[in-house]
Design a protein around this ligand. Sequence first.
Ligand code: SF4
Length: 409
Amino acid sequence: MRPSYSADPGDDRCTGPRWYWPRSVYIHIPFCAHHCCYCDFAVVSGAASLVDAYLDALEREIALYTGRTFAGYQGHIQPLFVETIYIGGGTPSFLSAKQLQRLLEMVQRYFCYRREEVEFTLEANPTDVTAEKLEILAQYGVNRLSLGAQSFEEEVLRFLERTHTAATIEQAVRLAQRYLANVSLDLIFAVPGQTLEQWHRDLQRALALGVQHLSTYNLTVEPRTALWARVKRGLVRATDEETERRFYAHTIETLESAGWEHYEISNFCRPGFHSRHNGVYWAGEAYFGFGLGAARYMCGTRQTNTRSLRQYFTLLQAGRLPVADSETLRPWERAAETAALQLRRRCGIHRGEFERQTGIPLDYLLGRVIARHQARGWLEDDGERVRLTREGIFYADLVCADCVAAAQQ
Ligand code: SF4
């Protein structure tokens, strides 16, 4: 049975519960100075001349979407209320100061948020961080900067085809800290040729900078990337799983012993600085998404925009939404996906909240999967919550895949 929430802003029920109605928005800026060898995001490199046209198209998409779905009785567009905003990419900081200002004005026009409560993140490349841009960000309420540092080691940065140096990262962080109270760094480990000592130095240098949040990812060789082609041709040897596990174990040990919270498989923070926006994804809650290749999840339907910039422009010029895929999940599929996402969190799945959110008792859906992984020592269950054990974190992908597979049976 379909829930009776309405998408009409004139209707008090339009908000609905968090899994159904978004309080978060993701905006994708696909431009990058260079397409890094390992990256499979929706990215456009070396095309600065297209930024203004992209911002036109992005505004058309947001206006079309909000106008079609939410125009009030006089046809006025109602700004959408949000609690978290995330501008990611690509490299949003690739935009000039003037273009950034235009983007942030657009956000202000179509979304309303309480400045003192919103979590407003922008992703940036260390080389792009300037006082002029930071001033603009702070002026529009951006209060969190996520910097793509990746490593402080020259050799590793060169392998990843990143153009910045350790000194650039340190300067960018120090400058950002003058304007914003919350800075996060992305770091990559298990890069071919990288030693555990190098990774240890990366973690120590990140900690020494006094940032609030770290996202640490092991380098994955994504199909059809330049790195994938090099691995296939035998030019690069991908890191083996055992080494990846050693790097990951070292990450957890180092950051936890420094007093950091390991709150999601790949994410660590100083107490109180977990990412609220990403928390929405891991809770299986709804979010708006706009821009090239952007995903959105609302009213139980998951949609993804086209990844072709040409098609994105053409569809929007013709007044059509640039949606490439749309899928409405069946209740048990939604429940299984919710479980798989929530298991990524160190707090795991709360039985009562899960049933309220999905309408399906956790044990009815996944009782056998939980029992199997509990017997292996990968899940722990205190009757209220089910979560990955310390050992289970290393097998999270397997456990989560089992949850999703259970819904197909
Ligand atoms: S800068 Fe980031 S988004 Fe852009 S190509 Fe490199 S990894 Fe991908």
